[in-house]
Design a protein around this ligand. Structure first.
Ligand code: ZN
Ligand code: ZN
Length: 156
């Protein structure tokens, strides 16, 4: 496979995953699986700093693993870049959502980078809703309303 084709498939898979994350956040996590997402909106203290909501990370790790494994087993075919795209999205999601927005690793990474400020604000608005419905701003990495990017890029 040509390197440009490989990179294009990685990028498409990455972008598709943001759509999947937006879709499942809006229609599944704030839908019939709300009971697994609820503790991400209404904090409960547990002896371990994990949430029921973290199950979604495990769920999304499975297709990434299978695509990479079968992609390698089938002679490094198109499935490999799909799996890598999903994996890279997982890292981006973890960085934006867990580290930048929720500070779960306690790194206190307070960047005033315009992009990070926009995604942080958009997701904080999402968290201003404590209930399943209504809510807003379901995207994580880039599928957020453009006004957040516009406002952030206008400011200093
Ligand atoms: Zn939510
Ligand atoms: Zn969140």
């Amino acid at each position: 496979m040509k390197i440009l084709v490989f990179i294009s498939i990685v990028l498409v898979a990455f972008c598709f995953m943001e759509f999947m994350a937006w879709f499942s956040h809006k229609y599944v996590m704030h839908g019939f699986m709300w009971k697994f997402h609820k503790d991400h909106h209404q904090k409960v203290s547990r002896w371990l700093p994990i949430e029921l909501n973290d199950i979604f990370v495990v769920i999304y790790a499975v297709p990434s693993w299978l695509f990479i494994m079968y992609g390698v087993m089938d002679g490094y075919d198109y499935k490999l870049p799909i799996g890598i795209g999903i994996l890279l999205y997982g890292f981006a999601y973890f960085f934006v959502h867990e580290i930048i927005v929720h500070n779960r690793l306690k790194w206190n990474f307070k960047s005033e980078n315009k992009y990070m400020r926009a995604v942080r604000r958009a997701h904080k608005v999402h968290h201003s809703y404590l209930q399943k419905d209504p809510s807003d701003n379901f995207g994580f990495v880039f599928l957020i309303p453009s006004k957040y990017f516009k406002d952030s890029f206008k400011e200093e």
